[in-house]
Design a binder for this molecule. Structure first.
Ligand code: GMT
Length: 374
């Protein structure tokens, strides 16, 4: 099959999932054409059957004070669909990708019926898509997609609640993890700055307010008070300065390490003892799944789709987001109890198998085949 995929190329769950899907589909023999304004961060090297097409942003002109990216994207999607004879255009994150795809589909309509699939990821529904400037066009574009998927049951229900979308039937296809890359390692490799006796806590995100990075630091402070421990923060974004200030305020400068953005986190996760994810909202929580696959229990907020990913009390601990103190106590309790931690580690690995690429990618293939009648 010849498949086009559009996603955000920057650090974020939707771009990661879209690119991993493209790579997995390519490994299964499909031709995959990634279309975005930059090469997605997980597209690290040459892969057979994978091609990247960059959206042309050079048409800048003083009059275009705000560059119309959605139009340039639609043009590139149409051009690639035509030249590469795409059967499917699969867009990740509704704003503005579903709208651009709708335009590309219409432009191609005289030739043939390009099937458009929109995968909803989270903030496209819960935040951005609800802004007055985007709401109606997002709803319209979702409803005009040939198929719509959501990464969790929570997100599916949120979409119906917030947008209505009466005319679409949303299928839940969960996010997945590539177990060849994300798996436990008996060696438990740890960065040299983590002392041998210290617990190694980790947080991975784009440091947006929804991720509550300062709260991550506060939870860690409770752990550090109780035992030798190190916190590693992977990623970057708007909350970095606030988080750094919190580290200073709590006197944790020697125990907290900001690593910035990293393309691959599997190696780091393999040595970690606990992933912290106290988000205010999370439609799925890809970082939690990747941690579990590496044998890292998760301490996260009981919100959104996280309970569908992390089995509370088994592969991790879920606590309502406003109870940060309780999260600190729970982390200390777990890290003090080696037997319970080992059991949770085992269960985390087992749980992640349910979301393996081998199980989930065929669900997308089946959807493509259904749409094409093949
Ligand atoms: O909101 C983000 O932090 C990034 C966003 C994205 O689209 O890049 O993440 C969303 O999609 C991920 C992949 O499906 C999910 O794992 C995240 O839970 C979801 N984020 C939120 O719902 C806040």
């Amino acid at each position: 099959m010849r498949i086009g995929i559009t996603c955000y190329p920057t650090y974020g769950g939707s771009g990661a999932v879209a690119t991993e899907l493209g790579l997995a589909l390519a490994r299964r023999g499909h031709d995959v054409h990634m279309i975005s304004y930059a090469s997605p961060f997980r597209l690290r090297e040459f892969a057979e059957h994978v091609y990247f097409h960059e959206v042309d942003l050079r048409a800048a002109y003083p009059l275009l004070e705000y560059f119309p990216y959605s139009l340039a994207l639609a043009v590139k999607q149409h051009e690639v669909a035509l030249r590469e004879e795409l059967a499917i255009l699969h867009v990740h994150y509704a704003v503005p990708h579903a709208t651009a795809a709708f335009l590309a589909k219409q432009m191609l309509a005289d030739e043939r019926d390009l099937k458009v699939i929109t995968t909803l990821h989270g903030t496209d529904i819960t935040l951005v898509g609800q802004a007055q400037s985007f709401f109606t066009v997002t709803k319209f574009s979702i409803e005009r997609s040939d198929a719509v998927t959501a990464v969790s049951h929570y997100l599916k229900e949120e979409t119906y609640k917030s947008f209505g979308c009466d005319e679409c039937s949303i299928e839940v296809i969960p996010n997945f993890v590539n177990l060849e890359e994300y798996h436990p390692s008996e060696l438990r490799p740890r960065p040299a700055f983590v002392p041998p006796q210290a617990k190694f806590l980790i947080h991975i995100s784009n440091f947006r307010p929804v991720k509550r990075v300062p709260e991550v630091v506060r939870i860690f402070a409770a752990v550090r008070k109780a035992m030798p421990a190190v916190l590693v923060l992977v990623g970057d974004g708007p909350q970095r300065l606030e988080a750094e200030a919190e580290v200073e305020r709590l006197g944790l400068r020697r125990d907290v390490f900001f690593l910035g953005k990293l393309d691959s986190v599997a190696g780091l996760l393999q040595g970690a003892d606990l992933l912290l994810l106290p988000s205010t909202s999370e439609s799925f929580g890809l970082a939690a799944l990747e941690a579990m696959a590496c044998g890292v229990p998760v301490l996260a907020s009981k919100v959104g789709g996280l309970p569908e990913v992390v089995a509370d009390g088994e592969s991790g601990i879920l606590i309502p987001p406003d109870r940060v103190d309780e999260m600190g106590e729970a982390a200390v309790e777990l890290l003090r109890d080696e037997d319970r931690w080992q059991e949770m580690r085992r269960r985390a690995v087992d749980r992640a198998q349910l979301f393996s690429a081998d199980r989930v990618v065929p669900l997308y293939e089946a959807l493509y085949n259904r749409l094409l009648g093949t």
